[in-house]
Ligand binder design. Structure first.
Ligand SMILES: [Zn+2]
Ligand SMILES: [Zn+2]
Length: 294
């Protein structure tokens, strides 16, 4: 543990159905996201990537200093596979009519007219400082968050494949006492509580999973038990929100010990948006840089 269980398309669809039965208010949004996640799984077959080469000195140094193995900008994507996924995701958004439908239509049209290059969009997303994203969003008249959302989800399968390759340099039993993903340095998007008091964090960016201490803020590294609390609702005993009074941020947790549905963390994140609202009302901020729920 953690064992990044390879999930099948059938399991994603079953997990979405079970969650929708459990929380019917999410049925529509779960159908949409399940479509995106299934398309991402299928897209992996189209991706050709050279492995990210790190020297043994670099690996030893980064592990010693508890630094992430790479910067996000070192992750790779396959332009053709990403471009085909953009089209699919725009189509899914159009079918399911979420609030970003207008943006999706404009992005699909701009892509058809070759008004922007997917390769530059993907590169811009990985290189934080790049002005490409805001400039392009303004040029094609869409919200930059929507462009980032669609672009990120289109290269997510490649990012995940990079993370799987890089994770071969990590010992999955190590309990990490630093904030941030050991592969890419991004914040965790969800925590999983497992048997024998194990706590596993899921990266909000590359989906890598790693072990963390139980009494520990995974966002600011605070270990003061008096400043770390959680809340949950009586009706949903498998969900809770860990909050930190030091950094005033929160992280949602799923207790996997009693779970009877297949677990796919990105779906759990979607089907618990009510907890994000409660946390925000209580004055806690989300630690996720790229808000997947936009
Ligand atoms: Zn990561
Ligand atoms: Zn904190």
């Amino acid at each position: 543990m953690p064992e990044p269980t390879p999930i099948t398309i059938d399991q994603i669809e079953r997990a979405a159905r079970k969650l929708a039965e459990l929380r019917p208010a999410y049925a529509h949004i779960l159908t949409f996201y399940a479509g995106v996640f299934v398309a991402q799984e299928e897209n992996k077959g189209e991706i050709a990537l050279d492995p990210i080469q790190l020297s043994s000195e670099t690996i030893a140094h980064r592990l010693q200093e508890e630094l992430p193995l790479v910067e996000v900008s070192q992750l790779r994507f396959d332009t053709a596979a990403g471009a085909s996924l953009i089209t699919q995701i725009c189509r899914l958004i159009a079918t399911h009519g979420t609030e970003i439908r207008d943006s999706a239509e404009k992005i699909a049209e701009a892509l058809d007219r070759r008004e922007f290059e997917p390769q530059q969009l993907f590169q811009g997303l990985l290189e934080d400082q790049d002005a490409y994203l805001p400039t392009t969003a303004d040029r094609i008249g869409v919200d930059r968050k929507h462009l980032a959302f669609i672009g990120y989800h289109s290269i997510q399968p490649a990012i995940e494949l990079c993370a799987v390759q890089l994770a071969t340099h990590l010992d999955s039993d190590v309990v990490r006492r630093r904030s941030g993903c050991p592969v890419c340095g991004s914040s965790p998007g969800l925590a999983l509580l497992a048997h024998e008091g194990r706590r596993v964090l899921c990266c909000s960016f590359c989906r890598h999973q790693w072990r963390a201490p139980r009494v520990f803020c995974a966002l600011c590294e605070n270990t003061q038990a008096g400043q770390l609390h959680y809340f949950f609702s009586e009706e949903e005993k498998d969900l809770r929100v860990d909050v930190c009074d030091h950094c005033r941020q929160y992280l949602k947790s799923v207790d996997t010990r009693e779970l009877t549905r297949p677990l796919f963390p990105p779906l759990e994140q979607v089907a618990s948006l009510h907890l994000d609202m409660i946390a925000a009302e209580k004055g806690y901020a989300s630690g996720i840089e790229l808000n997947l729920e936009s």
